[in-house]
Design a protein around this ligand. Structure first.
Ligand code: AMP
Ligand code: GLY
Length: 423
């Protein structure tokens, strides 16, 4: 079977690496891919939301399965596009249809979904430019810190957490009236602050049946001790040491099952990955957000732990037969550490030569922001490489990733040296 993966990050390199190990995978394509996917697949120079070019490539290369990595094409309706095009019938698309992708595309929609299906989440209300003063009054009924969320996709920057009421009211006005985040902040969700530790849970569903993947914890802040600006993710650990069997059962009963039942009841066609961002408050799980794709860098620790043939699993998504599969999970801990460009998540330089990757034996290096330039691997993004290692626990696995990172170099390279500090 010929397969196309859409995306260009560490998540897509990891998925490609798994699919390439399957006997059922004939030709593997990645659009647009990076220097890592270039080594195991054919990169196609096509943007992730260029549906017309994707269609042409799928027909020209006889592709029968498409895995959608990032949220943008899903929220724009790539799955619906495949269903509507006569020449694309019968092709398996892993990733939900637009109606379901709105769970990530609109925070208000996600909150309404949770409310409708009794899924534990923070108390909230949502506001527009017309109701901005009502929003300011609503803030007065809440306690600090104040959580403001732009309704739409804002490249991970749309959530503000503010200590003072006056700042929160000012920001609310800027978001709604000045459209601080453009269209994304035409609506703003204000919600109660939940105090706890975060973790991510992943589900693969075919629209009828589902499999629960290993959980992971990611580290979002740039600085050690979880300080500084938010990033796409600086590293991840799976399994999550504080997710005891009792706590995991609560997640399954109170969150995963009602979410899956909710898709049926609310008529949301979902074939793909559900990524549920959770927070543990006391001993109870609450949903912070839904994403309609795998996480990055969580994929770099979750996928290596799953030993199944991924082409078989994705075929089962297409034929709605996931109930005939069980996951084989490596019991060891996997950790990944992101090496990023100096300056990230603010301005940074690209085009720096990367050395040392080929000498790595004891870890797996997944490429994120890399490209091939005249045969040389160079940086091309903020998050550059994810170094994944296994160990009997997260300390041992992290130690290995740190040892590996000492061998890798590019000008300005930075990574956090304190992952796992909070466990
Ligand atoms: P989101 O884009 O919804 O995942 O929010 C980004 C980050 O903001 C989350 O990973 C949390 O760290 C934080 N956050 C979001 N909502 C809340 C909340 N209700 N209480 C506390 N922290 C939150
Ligand atoms: N690591 C968080 C995300 O993928 O959104």
């Amino acid at each position: 079977m010929n397969i196309l993966i859409i995306g260009s990050g560490g998540r897509e390199h990891t998925i490609a690496w798994k699919l390439a190990q399957s006997k059922e995978c004939e030709q593997l394509f990645v659009a647009p891919g990076n220097a890592g996917t270039h080594q195991i697949a054919t990169n196609l120079s096509i943007g992730v939301s260029d549906f017309k070019a994707i269609k042409e490539a799928v027909i020209a290369k006889s592709i029968k399965m498409v895995i959608v990595g990032p949220e943008d094409p899903l929220v724009k309706g790539i799955h619906d596009f495949f269903l509507a095009e006569e020449q694309l019938q019968g092709i398996i698309v892993v990733g939900p249809q637009q109606a379901a992708a709105t769970l990530e595309g609109s925070k208000e929609f996600a909150k309404e979904f949770m409310k409708a299906h009794n899924i534990p989440t923070a108390r909230y209300d949502s506001f527009t430019a017309e109701t901005v003063e009502k929003g300011c009054r609503f803030l007065e009924t809440m306690k600090a810190p104040y959580v403001l969320k732009a309704d739409g996709l804002a490249a991970g920057k749309g959530v503000l957490i503010l200590e003072s009421l006056a700042d929160a009211q000012n920001e609310l006005r800027e978001m709604l009236v000045e459209q601080k985040f453009g269209q994304a902040s035409k609506k703003v969700v204000i919600e109660e602050f939940l105090d706890g530790i975060e973790l991510s849970c992943f589900v693969l569903t075919d629209g009828k049946n589902y499999l629960t993947l290993p959980m992971a914890k990611d580290y979002k802040r740039i600085g050690e001790g979880d300080t500084g600006l938010n990033t796409g993710g600086m590293g991840a650990i799976s399994p999550v040491p504080f997710a005891s069997p009792e706590f995991t059962k609560k997640i399954k009963d109170r969150i995963i099952k009602p979410t899956m039942d909710g898709f049926q009841k609310s008529n949301l066609p979902f074939q793909g990955f559900v990524f549920i961002g959770l927070i543990k408050v006391g001993e109870d799980p609450f949903v912070i957000e839904y994403n309609v794709r795998m996480g990055d860098p969580e994929t770099e620790v979750v996928f290596p732990r799953i030993q199944n043939d991924w082409v078989e699993l994705f075929k089962a998504v297409g034929t709605q037969t996931l109930d005939q599969h069980q996951l084989q999970i490596d019991p060891r801990t996997a950790t990944t550490i992101m090496a990023v460009s100096g300056g990230y998540p603010e301005a940074y330089e690209k085009g720096k030569k990367i050395t040392g990757i080929s000498a790595v034996k004891a870890s797996t290096v997944f490429h994120a922001g890399t490209q091939i330039d005249k045969g040389i691997v160079k940086t091309s993004g903020g998050r550059v490489l994810a170094v994944t290692s296994f160990g009997k626990d997260h300390k041992e696995a992290l130690e290995q990733s740190y040892k590996t990172l000492e061998k890798i170099h590019f000008q300005g390279m930075y990574y956090r040296k304190d992952l796992g500090f909070d466990l």
